[in-house]
Design a protein around this ligand. Sequence first.
Ligand code: 13P
Ligand code: SF4
Length: 332
Amino acid sequence: MKIDFNQLKNDGFVNEPVDEKLDLIAEIKRMKTEKNAVILGHYYIDADLQEIADFVGDSLALSQKAAETDAEMIVFLGVHFMAETAKILSPEKKVIIPDLKADCSLAQSCPTLEFASFVAANPNHTVISYVNTTAEIKAYTDICCTSSNAKEIVESLPKDAKIIFAPDRNLGNYINSVTGREMLLWDGACHVHNEISLEKVLELKRQFPEAKLISHPESTKPVLLVSDYVGSTAQLLKFSQVDSAQTYIVATEWGILHQMKKASPHKEFIPAPGEEANCACSECSYMKINSIKKLYLALKHEQPEVLVDAEVSKKAYKSIKRMLEISEKLGL
Ligand code: 13P
Ligand code: SF4
């Protein structure tokens, strides 16, 4: 799926010329200290940004960090819903993101009005939503989850609990299969993981018979069925470190390969391509919209700032807080 960034909302950053002789990395570090800011980055951003972030992690770890930081400003290198989650957890802090166009196809696949009708049409259900949703969807949610804790969050409810799971149908189907639950699923998907091609993955398996296929549960069922291991981005990284294989086909966004190679330089990591990919990988163009120049400008001007309506924020906070409490109790 090609994204037409011109159709999306304003990028919001101050796009002024930057002196080519300026050492942007040094400037970013200087401003960060001066402004008491912390830079949080997701595993899918470009490697140069991962290197400059104070903390790099998956969605769960990033929300935990955002909840506990004592910095005055949070600079989020990821996508909008992640920065929004940070703002909901720390409403008194300034949260900025280098480009407001860093959206998420999965969050877009769950529009507020349709979801509200779906919840109203299915009363007496506990609503569990993946954090990859807007603040409005989180306000309709009882407990949030991420791919790192979805199974445990679902299993924290009684076996016979009626559950709505949103928005990712692939993750929902996967959790239904590993827990034996029959959750009602919202029909959403992430364009990156949903398009990882079974055909191309099977071709890679033929080419590299010794390689293990490790996949993110946002991928489709056929891909998961032929996988050696299924886990969140952080779990895939961990697995690649502790497992004995030397070669891995990685079915998730290729940004994680930077950390995999760093942690295991002696191993080989092959990204799994999408259906339409013209490169040999699966890439989230929303994550890759972030850049060093935009980060520099965002820190300099302290914008674009991420803001959340106070009423929505109050309701959304409860669902994120419940997720963090359950995760803490379970040591996740
Ligand atoms: P995790 O960070 O939970 O692995 O989710 C992957 C993702 O698609 C984030 O946008
Ligand atoms: Fe959203 Fe998918 Fe990109 Fe993650 S990889 S930010 S779920 S579009």
